[in-house]
Design a protein around this ligand. Structure first.
Ligand SMILES: [Mg+2]
Ligand SMILES: [Zn+2]
Length: 184
């Protein structure tokens, strides 16, 4: 069975800089590309799942996000199978200002991966720098790894605790997370 690693984008693959509104604002974190290569070589399927409420906020549009992800895909060695995003925000507009099931911590993007790409959850892992990345795994057979390469860790840990979740693992960055995924 192919195992899937679901990857948050900002703070996990690229540096957290607030909203990335142009392709040239993306800075991939050191060690990410070889880490993804190791997962790929070990037979894992890689899927990026990301909240992009900047679309609902009118900061950029779907076309720009596609250009941002095209650049990211090149920098990641074209290894991820797909980039799934939530463009919504309840306070937004531009046709995206409504509640949805795909904004993390909702699990909608995971279900999209299952339905559109035929991926299974069992044996899979979610890696992210935010509590909401890990909380999307609630009730699903996925392991969770909190990486310390993005948002301040203490606050994210506290949010997880409040929600009754303890990550299966914490790691300094994606490279360290991959050590754990491949070794566990
Ligand atoms: Mg993040
Ligand atoms: Zn959404």
């Amino acid at each position: 069975m192919t195992r899937t690693v679901f990857l948050d984008r900002d703070g996990t693959l690229n540096h957290e800089v607030g909203f990335v509104t142009r392709p040239d604002q993306l800075q991939v974190i050191a060690g990410v590309r070889p880490a993804l290569q190791r997962l790929h070589d070990a037979g894992h399927t890689l899927v990026v799942v990301t909240n992009q409420s900047g679309i609902a906020r009118g900061l950029y549009d779907e076309r720009t996000l596609a250009a941002i992800h095209a650049r990211l895909h090149g920098e990641l060695g074209e290894l991820p199978l797909a980039y799934l995003h939530c463009p919504h925000h309840p306070d937004g507009g531009h046709g995206y200002g409504h509640d949805c099931t795909c904004r993390k911590p909702g699990a909608g993007l995971l279900h999209q991966a299952r339905e559109l790409l035929g991926l299974a959850f069992a044996g899979g892992t979610i890696v992210g720098d935010s509590a909401r990345d890990l909380l999307m795994a609630r009730g699903l057979p996925l392991r969770t790894v909190l990486v310390h390469s993005g948002k301040p860790v203490a606050a994210e840990r506290a949010k997880l605790l409040q929600a009754g979740m303890v990550p299966d693992h914490e790691a300094a960055d994606l490279a360290a997370a991959v050590d754990w995924i491949l070794g566990a």
